[in-house]
Ligand binder design. Structure first.
Ligand SMILES: CCCCC/C=C\C/C=C\C/C=C\C/C=C\C/C=C\CCC(=O)SCCNC(=O)CCNC(=O)[C@H](O)C(C)(C)COP(=O)(O)OP(=O)(O)OC[C@H]1O[C@@H](n2cnc3c(N)ncnc32)[C@H](O)[C@@H]1OP(=O)(O)O
Ligand SMILES: Cc1cc2nc3c(=O)[nH]c(=O)nc-3n(C[C@H](O)[C@H](O)[C@H](O)COP(=O)(O)OP(=O)(O)OC[C@H]3O[C@@H](n4cnc5c(N)ncnc54)[C@H](O)[C@@H]3O)c2cc1C
Length: 664
């Protein structure tokens, strides 16, 4: 039973928590990765919660853009100092759930820690690392990852910033030849960082060698002023993440030493000789790493959203379920359960998928360090697919949770607006989703063709070797996974066939690819969904623990499978892997699972173990005292400082004094 149960809460939530039939703490430990990790996270959280420096002077919504930025920079710098004092690695803290809620609308140093530093460690040689990492450790260097330009974010070969080698002076000259060459978006670039890892087209002896990465000083280390030849600024207010300090950057024939090219994989020697990397896409390595991290991050954002929506749905009463009876908790409506419970199952699906892709990342990069690049294409496809799937599932999930809270979900004080803007931008950054789906499709089609030619396939696509033959009527988890394989196989073989037919009509391959790209997207998503389902099933089979926790996991897994079969039923029917009757049986099972899981819903989200400060939501608070909190929060509006606002005297009163001339 939950250790939180004794804390006071409204009767509705008390009743829900008393229904709990599993050990909440055990589920928390599972999500954290073990008891010790839960203890560590809570210890970190207690350090964070006791810091008065993290209290916002007024709700950030009421601050100016400049004050919001300054307030978050203050907090992120305080964190660096605090962690230094406590001897805790700041990157570990930032990736821990313990840090959630401290920064409200983006961290101006996030890209420094999680994109810039991995670029330095992953792309520079040992000698370069030694010099730069020392300066990074001593806070002389704060950096960003400056790749995207006004004209190009996706198509990296189209980047226009140039880095031209000058053999005489042994320097690179960085230049932004056009307006569209302006670097645009990098986090912290505006006014926070003084260095950047800059992606630029490498030119040596008049020849272009494509995008390479350079370490570039942008601001004076003492005065923080931008250096001559460098123009910097902030790109203006955004849909969300307004305190990330996203910036722009232009170079005017700006010189940097030769050794400022990151030289772990490719080099330019003093005499201008170009040494190529062992794989042409190694300079894209940071992106692979961050895509892997995004799966975990979006999963945590969805955890927050479902916690808020579930608790609120247990407290909110509306309408009549049975005429004349008291208004039920809205969580009792099947339609409400259908909004929320599949999102809870999605959290677990993403959680297991994130763990498996993080493991794959470490094992493949270890092999790559030994010179074996053979698994990189599979890792690229897997990380691209999971980044795209997690970002789109989580942002859709957050929006469904918001809608499930009716009008109050639209209030800033529900915290849904922030959660949504945080999650939806993951669809765009680190590779726009459609573009990444097409990268997955490219890998799948290539693999399928390779198998047709009799070659062996890598593990994650091995089922594309030959037509899977699921056993008719087998609706067990394994049976459904086989049905999934058959459905994806059919999508892939049909799409590949269609590309061939378009080509046979005289169309060139690239145009044929474009004409089939809607189906290609479907193939990529279905393949990635199958991977997520398979991981869910296998991880639940392997889960250790008490029977009741295992039962919760099994039911959530089954809900995830039946839900996704139902949503994509057409694909299963077309492939013949499931019949109409099978689909009907599975949809009925899905509805029963909603009923089975409903009494446990509040306790499952309690297991995510967020405190009120982290959820920052009037609707999701532990005690369920929703209405008082909404009222108190409204009173904080500066407009409520006076009964009659100044704007009345300036605008409304003069209007009322004139009166209407015509009678409308
Ligand atoms: C692992 C431990 C986890 C620890 C956690 C760490 C941190 C993360 C935690 C959380 C993250 C959460 C929040 C983030 C918060 C704020 C946002 C912060 C940062 C955002 C930063 C950015 O957005 S940086 C900019 C990102 N930009 C992009 O992603 C650009 C997307 N474009 C591309 O990747 C490429 O241009 C392309 C793939 C679309 C096309 O490249 P191109 O060169 O044109 O290649 P093609 O000709 O199409 O293909 C050739 C060939 O190469 C293969 N390939 C492509 N990319 C890769 C790759 N990365 N690796 C390997 N191979 C690749 C491609 O498939 C082709 O193969 P084939 O020829 O064999 O088919
Ligand atoms: C919050 C945020 C933070 C960011 N942080 C950074 C950062 O720190 N550093 C950095 O360098 N960048 C950063 N970016 C930039 C980000 O990586 C790019 O915006 C992203 O890669 C998408 O590129 P784009 O903006 O050029 O979109 P575009 O590629 O122009 O996309 C526009 C549309 O065109 C479509 N499209 C493009 N190419 C294709 C294709 N081949 N096939 C089919 N459709 C296509 C897309 O699907 C999309 O619908 C950030 C962006 C955001 C929103």
């Amino acid at each position: 039973m939950s250790s939180h149960e004794t804390r006071p809460c409204v009767p509705d939530l008390k009743k829900e928590r008393l229904k709990c039939d599993f050990n909440v703490e055990e589920l928390t430990n599972l999500i954290d990765g073990g008891k010790e990790k839960t203890a560590l996270r809570r210890k970190l959280r207690s350090v964070i919660s006791s810091e008065s420096a993290y209290i916002d002077p007024i709700p950030p919504e009421y601050m100016s853009h400049e004050d919001q930025f300054s307030n978050e920079l203050r907090k992120t710098c305080h964190t660096a100092m605090l962690m230094n004092k406590q001897n805790i690695d700041i990157k570990t803290l930032q990736l821990s759930k313990a840090y959630i809620g401290v920064l409200k609308d983006g961290d101006p140093l996030w890209v420094h820690y999680h994109v810039f530093i991995p670029s330095i460690t992953g792309q520079s040689d040992p000698e370069q690392q030694k010099i730069w990492m020392e300066k990074i450790r001593t806070w002389k260097i704060f950096g960003t990852y400056a790749q995207t330009e006004l004209g190009h974010g996706t198509f990296l070969r189209g980047l226009e910033t140039t880095a031209t080698y000058d053999r005489e002076t042994r320097e690179f000259i960085l230049n932004s030849p056009t307006i569209t060459a302006t670097k645009w978006w990098p986090g912290g670039l505006g006014h926070t960082v003084n260095f950047a890892a800059v992606m630029a087209q490498l030119y040596v002896g008049g020849k272009c060698y494509g995008p390479h990465m350079f370490m570039v000083q942008l601001r004076d280390e003492n005065t923080h002023e931008s250096l001559p030849g460098v123009t910097l600024g902030e790109i203006g207010p955004r849909f969300g993440l307004n305190t990330n300090g996203n910036g722009f950057l232009r170079f005017d024939h700006y010189r940097i030493p030769r050794r400022n090219m990151l030289m772990k994989h490719a080099q330019v020697l003093e005499d201008g000789t170009y040494v190529k990397p062992s794989h042409s896409k190694l300079s894209y390595g940071t992106m692979v790493r961050v895509r892997v991290g995004i799966v975990r991050d979006t999963c945590i954002q969805l955890q927050q959203a479902v916690t808020i929506a579930t608790r609120y749905s247990a407290v909110r009463h509306q309408s009549e379920l049975i005429p004349g009876e008291p208004e039920p908790q809205i969580l009792d409506y099947q339609t409400q359960q259908f909004k929320i419970l599949p999102q809870i199952s999605s959290v677990f699906a993403l959680f297991f998928a994130a763990n498996s892709v993080i493991d794959a990342y470490y094992s493949v990069t270890a092999q790559m360090d030994l010179g074996d690049m053979s698994l990189l294409p599979e890792l690229h496809a897997l990380s691209s697919g999971l980044k795209a799937l997690s970002a789109s599932d989580a942002s859709r999930g957050v929006e469904i949770c918001r809608l499930s809270c009716g009008g109050h979900g639209y209030l800033a004080s529900s915290n849904f607006p922030r959660l949504y803007t945080q999650t939806t931008c993951a669809i765009t950054y680190e590779g726009e989703n459609t573009v990444l789906w097409l990268q997955v499709a490219r890998y799948i089609i290539k693999s399928y063709r390779s198998a047709q030619n009799g070659n062996n396939l890598k593990h994650s696509v091995s089922y594309l070797s030959k037509q899977p033959r699921p056993v008719r009527g087998d609706l067990s988890n394994n049976g459904l996974l086989e049905a999934f394989k058959a459905a994806v196989f059919k999508l892939v073989s049909d799409t590949e066939g269609r590309i061939q037919r378009v080509c046979a009509k005289g169309q060139n391959y690239h145009m044929a690819w474009n004409q089939c790209s809607l189906q290609l997207l479907k193939c990529a998503e279905a393949h990635t969904r199958f991977y997520v389902c398979e991981q869910f099933v296998r991880k639940v089979e392997m889960a250790k623990g008490t029977e009741n926790v295992k039962k919760i996991l099994k039911n959530l897994c089954r809900l995830y499978l039946t839900h996704h079969v139902s949503v994509n039923s057409g694909d299963f029917l077309k492939s013949g892997s499931l019949s109409q009757n099978d689909i009907a049986v599975l949809e009925e099972e899905m509805c029963s699972l909603l009923e089975v899981l409903r009494p446990q819903a509040v306790s499952i989200v309690d297991a995510f173990d967020f405190d009120d400060g982290q959820l920052n939501s009037c609707l999701g608070c532990w005690d369920g005292d929703v209405y008082q909190r909404l009222y108190d929060e409204a009173l904080k509006s500066p407009l409520n400082k006076t009964d009659v606002p100044e704007a009345y005297y300036k605008y409304l009163r003069p209007l009322m004094q004139v009166g209407l001339k015509s009678s409308l």
